[in-house]
Write a protein that binds this ligand. Structure first.
Ligand SMILES: Cc1cc2nc3c(=O)[nH]c(=O)nc-3n(C[C@H](O)[C@H](O)[C@H](O)COP(=O)(O)OP(=O)(O)OC[C@H]3O[C@@H](n4cnc5c(N)ncnc54)[C@H](O)[C@@H]3O)c2cc1C
Length: 284
């Protein structure tokens, strides 16, 4: 279908984008366009004004910030999937960016667009929630930082205000000895996850120190699985029962039923994928 009519302006800076958003009540930012444009073509989104930030300079980077990394919001998935700094300090995120869609999608889609879109079936938001990421947001009253744990509100709903631009994402560097995994279950390589599971497991002296487990497409937002994390923490790495911990995966989750899978199927599948993710993370 052809999108409804809209006006368009290309912003040269974040400040100009904020300004333009303020002038049009239903204006929308356009980054890689791989989520917004399909919605407009289906007329599920009908913004009357598009603010194109795709070519705003200075928002495509990965830089070290002491204990962490900062990633510019316009960084493309394809670039992040092969970024050496990201692979060295945060391999979970580099790997997950390489799991998004196909090469064509990854060369257009931005990490900021993925986060701002707020689709619970998207892969990077789950990885970022699992990593305890923070989002840097610029609006008319300046800059603020929001933790991933409070950013995602519901399906396609985030903490971003109408006149705000996500400019950067901050993640901690993974501690030495941290194993990681992302298990994505889908029918074809280009598809979104029917269920996805991100896992981080910190080990020291043969013990599991801390585990972080995130779930994709298991509710209206990306989720952290507190019960699985609690079941993993503190045990001996060799004897901790991964199967028993994984059995907790469905607790607190409320996945939808759709043409790909029923809710019950997703709940069962989450146990299998959590076990596989924990196994892989512990083996890494
Ligand atoms: C065929 C296909 C397959 C796909 N497969 C997957 C997949 O397997 N896994 C997956 O996770 N995703 C998948 N995607 C989604 C893809 O990753 C999206 O392009 C991405 O999630 C959105 O990024 P974008 O830069 O294209 O954002 P856009 O489409 O430009 O924008 C998306 C939304 O975010 C807002 N926005 C964008 N940037 C900002 C910003 N900096 N600040 C504030 N708001 C902003 C826009 O206003 C819009 O509402 C797929 C897409 C397609 C078309």
């Amino acid at each position: 279908m052809i999108p409804a009519a809209f006006d368009y302006e290309r912003a040269e800076s974040v400040e100009q984008a904020v300004d333009l958003l303020g002038k049009h009540e239903d204006a929308k930012l356009l980054a890689g366009g791989h989520s917004l444009l399909p919605l407009m073509r289906l007329r599920l989104a009908r913004p009357s004004f598009i603010v194109d930030i795709d070519r705003v300079a200075g928002l495509e980077y990965v830089k070290e910030t002491g204990a962490g990394l900062e990633i510019g919001a316009l960084s493309r998935m394809a670039v992040l999937a092969r970024d050496e700094t990201l692979w060295k300090h945060c391999p979970l995120l580099a790997h997950v960016c390489g799991q998004v869609g196909d090469p064509q999608v990854r060369h257009r889609a931005t990490i900021g667009g993925s986060v701002a879109h707020g689709d619970p079936a998207s892969d990077p938001p789950t990885a970022l929630l699992t990593l305890d990421a923070e989002f840097v947001i610029r609006g008319p009253s300046g800059e603020r930082t929001v933790p991933a744990s409070t950013f995602f509100k519901s399906v396609f709903e985030t903490d971003l205000g109408q006149q705000e631009v996500l400019t950067a994402i901050r993640v901690p560097k993974l501690a030495a000895g941290t194993g990681w995994s992302y298990q994505k279950f889908h029918r074809r390589a280009i598809d979104w996850a029917i269920v996805g599971v991100a896992a981080l497991v910190e080990r020291s002296n043969g013990h599991v120190g801390r585990a972080a487990v995130g779930l994709t497409n298991m509710g209206s937002t990306p989720l952290r699985s507190g019960p699985v994390e609690a079941a993993m923490a503190g045990g001996e790495a060799s004897s901790v029962s991964l199967r028993a911990a994984a059995e907790h995966a469905p607790e607190g989750a409320s996945p939808v039923s759709d043409t790909n899978a029923s809710s019950e199927y997703r709940l069962e599948l989450s146990k299998v994928l959590v076990r596989r993710a924990l196994e892989e993370a512990l083996a890494r």
